[in-house]
Design a protein around this ligand. Structure first.
Ligand SMILES: O=c1ccn([C@@H]2O[C@H](COP(=O)(O)OP(=O)(O)O[C@H]3O[C@H](CO)[C@@H](O)[C@H](O)[C@H]3O)[C@@H](O)[C@H]2O)c(=O)[nH]1
Ligand SMILES: [Mn+2]
Length: 749
């Protein structure tokens, strides 16, 4: 009993027999379908039958991966109050926030995230917050500088009144009477004062632009004078130094870092930025744990670090890193863009927890510093003595300060204290933030966040798992962090395309889980878990083929579906269709989502796969063939989302699908053009010849219509106006492959 009371976390199994049974039922139906196709390949024959066989085999394979990933669903319950037994020795944590572009990521969003982190419930003296600014922007720096005055009021206020959401934009969007019962007049007075201060801060930040930063700031901003965004030396500034160090103080250290950028030197996007933060924090504070969040992911649960510690302290092998699911706020009603990822995360993250832990998702993740330094679990004192200074330099680079810090982080004791004087370490920090520091070292290859994929997060997590670490899932209520999901067609599709590209890059790399399962410590089921994620983009190709299949049949008068007389086959297909949809619908309803949200997600899944994943597939292919490189396009963060967290009263227009002239809209448009033409050309003939038992039939016709229903935003886009219409340039580009395909069909008859 006493031992139980000391346990910081508890494992909670979630899998239900009914769910497992339905998983298996769907798998069985899919396999039966494939078996039927194979068995009747001779009698039915034809291209359409064969393509259907390939696609459906793929769906069956992916479903098998699904079953594996969901089989042992597990989550953890964490008990922060029990930390009080060890409260004096809570470890220090370095907090990382990355931002890249003040246009796409307005500084007020970054400031809110930073403020939410500075104010978390954790000893002030044990935190240091680092902001990496890849935009090298004076506006971002100015905004952080301005926020210090407010933070000095905000941090104590949050702690005194136990404020629930510590991102001021969200907190002040509701009136205190609704959010607290401490409505004493003194509280209201302070609340009003702070709200005014916040609004003043917001006004100042939002009105600042590069040419118009107040003159009296010129001294602080001199490092930013005449620099170019992609060509400047390292800038490291201590915005707030907590002079009391671990003893306490008003608020944690706050440090601004714009790493050196040179046009000729690769900077490796976010992975590069996080590696610089890792080193800069190494020489400045060297906490044993690091938490990283994207600039829009504010800490929504003030106890998040305490909860994280419940998983991190204790058996270290089981928590090389701790990942909170990505959750979002300010969501549009019924998730019109299908990117809130609610069901996906509630189903899969616990599922992966059952097979040695979730993947690293790039934000909302605590890392052990030594894991990032490539140290395997239970390394204790093994290798240190063998490494000479030269060897250490080959791995970590040639900064003496950094090497010392890395040796301590890897082989020394856990650092529970932070230094009070960090200003004295700026020169060392600037050195490790230089653009040449990583040359001829292991950064990005063996240590740090790994390079070579635009989803550096998944790649880095895979490496941790491959060297034997497990990871742990931090699923909290209220959610640990909340971020900003893109809205509109272009931003959503370009994000999905980047993910697809990055995942395929990993699949095809030398770190592929398929190899790691043979040569490293990845288990077979873990490998299957990763595959589910990594083969995602291939679905783009499969879905396009499947979506063209009914049109092909209509145009060539062939068939891939049962005729009225093939009752068994018909029943199988209908059962699969009904059970699969009922299954997914049940998942949405269980998560408290609406039928409409379910439909929107089903529809968007098709739209993403046909467009974004397909293009992601090809862009990864071009990279693998060495023809072009992949780039990380930053997602635009909507500020609207930040202001009203509970606003689901969006107007109809907010959820409407929008287009631009990007290539990513071409495949969907082409599929729509082909299906519309096929219905016009082939539909009539079917109605005439409905009674004949050969060629395309009502089934093919219905499927072709179904494709158009899934792609309805594109059908509407063909006639829509402005951003709701598909631009002519896209339609013309789509018409070329569409005509080519139809030409092939008609000629093949
Ligand atoms: O050169 C760059 C590019 C991006 N970022 C930062 O990376 C973060 C993520 O970028 P975002 O455009 O928001 O991408 P998302 O697709 O929303 O990000 C998800 O997917 C990424 C992998 O593709 C992960 O790295 C992220 O953590 C995860 O939230 C943001 O804080 C950016 O400021 C940089 O610091 N430098
Ligand atoms: Mn993001």
């Amino acid at each position: 009993m006493a031992a139980d009371q000391c346990r910081l976390h508890e494992r909670v199994p979630l899998s239900k027999p009914l769910q497992r049974l339905s998983d298996l039922l769907i798998l069985f139906l899919l396999l039966s379908l494939v078996a039927y196709r194979v068995a009747s390949l001779r009698s039915h024959g034809g291209h359409a039958w064969f393509v259907a066989l390939v696609c459906e085999s793929w769906f069956a394979f992916v479903w098998l991966l699904n079953v594996n990933a969901k089989w042992n669903r597990v989550t953890y319950k964490t008990f922060p109050p029990r930390l009080s037994n060890i409260r004096t020795s809570l470890p220090a944590v370095d907090l990382f926030v990355t931002t890249a572009d003040p246009e796409l990521e307005p500084p007020i969003i970054t400031v809110n995230t930073v403020l939410s982190l500075l104010a978390v419930d954790y000893p002030v003296g044990k935190l240091a917050c680092y902001v990496s600014d890849d935009g090298g922007s004076p506006v971002t720096f100015y905004s952080l500088l301005q926020s210090v005055k407010f933070a000095k009021l905000w941090v104590p206020f949050c702690k005194k009144y136990n404020v629930r959401v510590r991102a001021p934009s969200v907190y002040f969007s509701t009136h205190p009477a609704e959010s607290t019962d401490t409505a004493s007049s003194h509280f209201i007075q302070q609340w009003t004062h702070l709200k005014n201060e916040y609004e003043e801060l917001q006004r100042r930040i939002e009105s600042a632009n590069e040419d118009q930063i107040p003159h009296h700031m010129s001294h602080e901003l001199k490092d930013f004078l005449n620099i170019e965004r992609r060509n400047h030396p390292s800038i490291v500034k201590v915005i707030w130094e907590n002079k009391e160090g671990s003893e306490g103080g008003l608020m944690p250290h706050l440090i601004y870092v714009a790493r050196e950028k040179r046009p000729k030197h690769p900077h490796h996007y976010k992975a590069g930025a996080l590696n610089v933060l890792t080193r800069v924090s190494g020489v400045m504070t060297n906490a044993a744990f690091m938490l990283n969040v994207d600039c829009d992911m504010f800490a929504n649960n003030p106890e998040v670090i305490l909860h994280g510690m419940c998983l991190l302290l204790g058996d270290e092998t089981s928590s090389g890193f701790v990942q909170a699911p990505q959750e979002f706020h300010g969501a549009l009603r019924d998730d019109p863009f299908g990117n809130q990822l609610v069901v996906l995360q509630k189903q899969f993250m616990p599922g992966l927890q059952g097979i040695r832990g979730p993947f690293y998702a790039g934000t909302g993740c605590f890392h052990r510093r030594k894991v990032i330094y490539g140290s395997p679990p239970n390394n204790n004192n093994k290798n240190k003595a063998n490494l000479s200074r030269e060897e250490l330099e080959m791995v970590f680079g040639n900064s003496t300060e950094f090497i010392e810090s890395a040796v301590e982080a890897t082989w020394g004791k856990c650092n529970n204290d932070l230094p009070s004087n960090i200003s004295g370490r700026i020169e060392a920090a600037k050195k490790v933030a230089s653009s040449t520091y990583e040359f001829n070292t292991s950064w990005g290859k063996e240590i740090g966040l790994l390079y070579g994929s635009v989803t550096e997060d998944v790649l880095t997590g895979l490496r941790c798992h491959s060297i034997g670490w497990r990871s742990a899932l931090l699923m909290l209520e209220p959610p640990a962090f909340l971020g900003n999901a893109p809205t509109g067609g272009p931003a959503s599709l370009s994000q999905q395309k980047r993910w697809a590209t990055g995942l395929l890059e990993i699949f095809a790399s030398k770190r592929s889980p398929v190899l790691a399962v043979i040569t490293k410590e990845l288990t077979f089921r873990q490998c299957l878990g990763y595959l589910l994620l990594l083969v995602w983009p291939v679905r783009g190709v499969v879905e396009v083929c499947y979506a063209l299949l009914p049109a092909y049949c209509l145009l060539t008068s062939s068939s891939f579906l049962p005729k009225a007389s093939e009752l068994g086959f018909l029943a199988l297909l209908l059962a699969l269709f009904v059970i699969y949809n009922a299954y997914t619908l049940a998942e949405y309803l269980q998560c408290g989502l609406s039928i409409r949200a379910w439909w929107n997600n089903q529809r968007m899944l098709k739209i993403y796969s046909l467009n974004a994943w397909l293009l992601g597939f090809f862009s990864a292919l071009l990279k693998i063939l060495g023809i072009s490189d992949t780039i990380f396009e930053v997602t635009r963060k909507d500020q609207r989302n930040n202001d009203d967290s509970n606003d689901t009263t969006n107007t109809a227009d907010d959820g409407r699908f929008t287009f631009d002239s990007s290539l990513v809209f071409v495949p969907g448009t082409a599929v729509v053009l082909v299906n519309v033409s096929a219905l016009v050309l082939g539909g009539r003939q079917i109605i005439v010849g409905a009674m004949e038992e050969k060629g395309a039939g009502v089934g093919e016709l219905a499927c072709s219509v179904l494709v158009l229903v899934y792609l309805w935003p594109f059908v509407k886009g063909l006639v829509g106006k402005g951003s709701y219409g598909i631009p002519w340039a896209v339609i013309c580009k789509a018409a070329v492959p569409a005509c080519f395909f139809m030409h092939l069909c008609i000629n093949s008859v």
